[in-house]
Design a protein around this ligand. Structure first.
Ligand SMILES: Nc1ncnc2c1ncn2[C@@H]1O[C@H](COP(=O)(O)OP(=O)(O)OP(=O)(O)O)[C@@H](O)[C@H]1O
Length: 217
């Protein structure tokens, strides 16, 4: 099992509300794609952040490739994120002062896995050839998100976490970006955990889980 989430609980102290997650268990195998749905506020982003080692659960266990997050200090967690996990958000989160080519290679360089030939092939597949010297602000939303996906996958992560990755795109553009992302994760054997409000998008992935009242239903 690649990602293993076991009986995880999470509350936000001081929020006045009860726990957001009340014993969530979920597993994801290598190369599997799973859509996480649920009403607004049901805890989807919270669970994604925990899976990405961006936040810690109150209780329960999360492990990636057998590495228990609880056993990692901040440096260990940063290394895990750098080496094995990639994130794509609704906001494209590109570095505005870097060109498309520099954005694309950024995470692979940080992970020590920059491969110019592979990046050139990925750039072509993403339909970004000829745009390498542009800056993010000179791209359409769909192009920016394709850069974010390329940047994520160029680093060869084991797990891609995507939070409403097509949420800022019109339907046609979003559909094209999603199709490309699914093709690329299938080719590279990357596991995908994708948060979405859309039934239509969820149906495109191999598995789905629904969050309700702090539990997977
Ligand atoms: N940093 C935080 N501090 C306090 N409460 C928070 C924090 N982050 C999230 N919450 C609360 O936790 C609950 C779950 O939020 P979360 O963002 O995980 O939901 P979601 O299912 O992703 O929602 P949406 O679909 O609207 O993005 C919400 O009630 C939210 O207000």
């Amino acid at each position: 099992m690649l990602l293993s989430i076991d009986n995880v609980t999470k509350s936000y102290p001081g929020s006045g509300a009860g726990p957001v997650l009340r014993g969530v268990s979920l597993t994801l195998g290598a190369g599997e794609t799973l859509a996480l749905t649920g009403e607004s506020g049901s805890g989807k982003s919270t669970l994604l952040h925990l899976a990405g080692a961006l936040d810690r659960p109150d209780s329960g266990r999360i492990a990636l490739d057998g590495t228990d997050y609880a056993g990692l200090d901040d440096t260990g967690r940063a290394a895990l994120r750098r080496d094995r996990i990639a994130l794509v958000f609704q906001q494209f989160n590109l570095v505005p002062s870097l060109t498309v080519a520099q954005n694309l290679s950024l995470h692979a360089r940080l992970a020590g896995r920059h491969d110019p030939a592979r990046l050139a092939a990925l750039t072509e597949r993403l339909g970004l050839s000829g745009l390498e010297r542009r800056y993010p602000e000179q791209l359409s939303g769909g192009q920016q998100q394709r850069v974010a996906i390329g940047r994520a996958l160029a680093a060869r992560p084991r797990l891609l976490l995507a939070d409403e990755p097509t949420g800022n795109l019109d339907e046609t553009t979003g559909e094209a970006v999603l199709a490309l992302m699914l093709e690329l994760v299938a080719e590279t054997g990357t596991a995908l955990l994708l948060v979405t409000h859309s039934e239509r998008i969820a149906a495109r992935l191999s598995r789905r889980a629904h969050l309700s009242n702090g539990r997977i239903t």
